[in-house]
Write a protein that binds this ligand. Structure first.
Ligand code: 6R9
Length: 652
């Protein structure tokens, strides 16, 4: 196998000189982190303020049947106190959160650490007055407004476990998550403004709560003042209560291994699973990676464009930056509203130094032309980041040349909801970058490339296989909420003794890593993970659908699009109306992010004689790649393939 020719971009001397970590420091610390992980992580954990110090650094078993991951297990701390209170002596007046609203004509807000403390304490007291106690679950379904951060930190303060549901999810998806963790309270807002439109969050919440226990209470934040239905006794008015709430709330003493949050994410089978992260290890890892990966220095203005509904928003808008006493920007809107220059307008307006976004946004903006970037003064930018999916070299080069003017290192950060923080990324002052490569493991991370069949480690360079991680790191997920067996089965059963990432990967001739995409039935649509099984089960829940198979296919902007093969019930006829109806159906069942791009009618699906759908073939057809269908001899009825090819929908 040969490595494709690739340009290499070393960091400028200026960047290297000022960086927290240069090449020599990276090499030394990386080596130390593997040689003596206990010593390395004990030192790193000093960045956290512990109530009671830990005596044991790590206690980990990856043995299938007995997977158990603990870090700093006898230490105690409070995450909110680490993100707020401990900064008050030196940073009370410093801006913690810059909030930029959807509408550029509405004023931005600058929330100081002092104000963050006040608002978080009040929210914590409100939650307590609603009966929330340590260990209880709170679901957060909010727009990108400061109250989302207050809510997260308020939960952390009282020891409640939050589960954020992205505001783009449907009522059905929301009720499943409220019920999945048996939440006591759902926090929402009247409406979520985005791109000049408004999502009726409270009515979605009302619809969801019809399918939840009657005891679930709803705390409603006023964002637009839009009209909402009010259920007395169930609904609580946040803005009213905040006027009365006490200004101080004592942070609860939490164990390092107490859960901090649950975050649902898609896998290759079944419904989304609740990934559980705990306090001490997660915060240590989020804070360290935030500082080192973005080379964050005191006084910098840092902006991650993700939504707090995804893990990137958890670790790199809220927990990591605030634990570091940073100024973090929170943006309510979308990249293309009011026009394709919005990101750059916001960078200029707030003098952003580190900017972190997703390849899908870069591709969408790239298509609009460089004029939208060139209008703005981006001279404060120092580091650019990407996350969520592999970045194609064309998008990388545009980001580098047009946005970064060739002066800002690009950190292509590979990680997952499960990993809590970055596992592989170049560091700005330490590594040359290559367009599309996640380059190097972070401190303490031991990536291995395995042969997918034998599971044996493939040594050396210029090799490809499945990506696993040897040994643990503090930010690793601990379990699947309510289903530890599923946790073990998903991540520790295929390749014994390793954490299996679900991604494929290549280690090039220089030993640098390239993520090649998922090797399971997870697709990545605009950087959002989607299980094909979830879309299939939504489709077959429709009365007209007998059977459905869903695969990903290459999509110019989204990275991957959703391609659905649908077999109708005998008494139903295909029609354009039915395509529209099914598309709307999936949006209602899951949310707009799961909206099918292509629906192809399939009188039959290619199956083995044992009835297993051969997705490999469906993927090839969706990709318009008919020449390499491979062996179809094991099919029960090979003629279905000819039909699918003949009728492949001319889209995508
Ligand atoms: C943080 C996040 C995780 C999956 C992951 C991989 C893909 C994320 C990537 C990347 C290539 C990168 N992914 N970052 N692929 N290069 N820099 O995105 O978490 O939503 O759980 O998705 O996303 O396939 O396995 P999550």
């Amino acid at each position: 196998m040969t490595t494709p020719e690739s340009a290499v971009y070393p960091p400028s001397e200026d960047i290297v000189k000022n960086a927290h970590v240069d090449a020599a420091k990276y090499d030394a610390r990386y080596a130390q982190s593997l040689e003596d992980p206990d010593k390395f992580w004990a030192e790193q954990a000093e960045r956290i303020t512990w109530i009671k110090p830990f005596s044991k650094v790590k206690n980990v078993s990856y043995d299938f049947g007995n997977v158990d991951i603990k870090w700093f297990e006898d230490g105690t701390l409070n995450v909110a106190a680490n993100c707020i209170d401990r900064h008050l002596d030196t940073r009370a007046e410093q801006t913690a959160i810059i909030w930029e609203p959807d509408d550029p004509n509405e004023a931005a807000k600058h929330i100081s650490y002092k104000e963050l403390h006040l608002k978080t304490c009040r929210m914590a007291n409100i939650l307590e007055s609603m009966g929330v106690r340590k260990g209880d679950r709170v679901v957060i379904y909010l727009p990108m407004i400061p109250e989302a951060a207050y809510a997260m930190l308020a939960c952390a303060r009282i020891g409640a476990i939050h589960s954020i549901v992205f505001a783009g999810f449907s009522p059905d998806a929301l009720s499943a998550r409220v019920n999945g963790c048996d939440a006591k309270v759902l926090i929402t807002a009247d409406e979520a403004p985005r791109g000049g439109r408004k999502t009726p969050l409270k009515s979605n919440a009302d619809a969801a709560l019809l399918h939840c226990k009657e005891s679930v209470k709803c705390l409603v934040v006023k964002r637009t003042g839009g009209q909402t239905t009010w259920v007395d006794g169930r609904d609580y008015d946040y803005n009213e209560m905040a006027l009365e709430a006490n200004d101080y709330n004592k942070p609860a003493e939490m164990n390092a291994e107490d859960p901090l949050f649950i975050l649902y994410t898609s896998g290759s089978t079944g419904q989304p699973k609740g990934v559980v992260h705990t306090t001490g290890g997660y915060l240590t890892y989020a804070a360290l990676t935030h500082e080192v990966t973005f080379d964050y220095h005191d006084g910098d203005i840092y902006w991650c464009t993700a939504d707090v509904g995804w893990v990137t928003g958890h670790s790199y808008i809220v927990y990591g930056p605030l634990a570091n006493g940073a100024t973090t920007l929170m943006f309510e809107g979308v990249p293309t509203y009011p026009d394709a220059g919005r990101f750059w307008a916001v960078c200029e307006k707030h003098k952003v130094n580190q900017f972190y976004t997703a390849p899908t946004a870069i591709r969408a903006l790239m298509g609009q032309g460089p004029e939208f970037v060139e209008k703005y003064d981006l001279s404060d930018l120092k580091v650019l980041g990407t996350v969520g999916e592999p970045i194609n070299p064309e998008a990388w080069n545009w980001y580098n040349d047009v946005v970064g003017k060739g002066k800002c290192p690009i950190v292509d950060t590979w990680w997952q909801t499960e990993t809590g923080g970055h596992l592989m990324t170049p560091l700005p002052g330490a590594h040359a970058t290559k367009p599309g490569s996640a380059m190097k493991p972070f401190f303490g991370i031991e990536p291995v490339v395995l042969d997918p069949q034998s599971g044996a480690e493939i040594e050396g360079n210029d090799v490809e296989g499945v990506l696993c991680i040897k040994s643990s790191w503090p930010g690793q997920m601990r379990t699947v909420w309510g289903d530890h067996e599923r946790f073990e089965k998903t991540y520790f059963s295929d390749y014994k003794g390793y954490y299996f990432t679900g991604d494929g990967c290549r280690r090039d001739a220089d030993g640098d890593y390239w993520i090649t995409g998922r090797v399971d039935d997870v697709i990545n649509v605009s950087g959002h993970r989607m299980g094909t099984a979830e879309v299939e089960s939504a489709l077959v829940a429709h009365a007209a659908v007998a059977e459905a198979a869903v695969v990903g296919y290459p999509h110019e902007i989204k990275g991957q699009g959703i391609y659905c093969y649908v077999t109708l019930m005998n008494d139903r006829e295909p029609s354009d109306e039915l395509v529209k109806e099914l598309r709307q159906w999936v949006r209602t069942e899951i949310g707009p992010i799961a909206s099918p791009d292509v629906i192809q009618w399939a009188p039959g699906l290619p199956k083995t004689r044992s009835g297993k759908i051969m997705r490999r073939i469906l993927r090839k057809i969706a990709e318009n790649d008919f020449g390499s269908l491979g062996d179809t001899s094991t099919l029960a009825d090979p003629s279905v393939v000819d039909d699918l090819i003949a009728n492949r929908t001319a889209k995508g």
